[in-house]
Design a protein around this ligand. Sequence first.
Ligand code: C5P
Length: 217
Amino acid sequence: MRIVVTAGPTREPIDPVRFISNRSSGKMGYAIAEAACEARHQVTLISGPVAIDAPPNAKIVKITTSDELYEAVHQHVPACDVLVMCAAVSDYKPAQAATRKLEKQTREFALRLTPTRDILASLADENRSYLVVGFAAETHDLAVSAEEKLVRKHCDVIIANDVSGRDSGMESDDNEITIFFRDRDPIHISRARKKIIARKILKIVCESLEKRLTKKT
Ligand code: C5P
């Protein structure tokens, strides 16, 4: 199987030394890439800036901004069987990045933000040759929100995790997830190390891909 995994945060520049980003550590995406390498799949890991080592057998594509991630995903998906979109893409970016460092102000000032492009929603929904797995980090209404994203973001699978606490989800070594599908009941995976969760995700993704291929033949 050829799998593309995106991981980590994006950085949206304000000026040459400042940016907007989020707390994503990249641990979940890297664990999935590692599990896929262990299972001898062909792995492309598209990664935002993180402080962890990549699995040695993965092909690494480094990105910084959401626009770079958008281009990288569109470049690599046509030749994959599964896209796992684990990256925490910034939802907004400064409307204009300053080319010179902004001077400190003594008064309040407003930064004008514009929405980034939604990468998942930009992928073709019909007749695509690959399976799309999205992630949804939620602090509330997890199931409702995940089901809605499954449809709006044209995903085959959405993996939802509750990021309201500090003991699982973003930055943590642990996670607890619920996997939502278009055509079957959700599966809950209780709290465990991200490496363990990653192997379970991979198994479920492989089953979904197989089911999809059987349907087509
Ligand atoms: O809407 P939300 O950001 O919660 O959706 C999360 C999912 O959408 C993740 O899979 C993330 O990688 C993806 N996403 C995207 N493009 C964006 C924002 C999020 O593909 N601009």
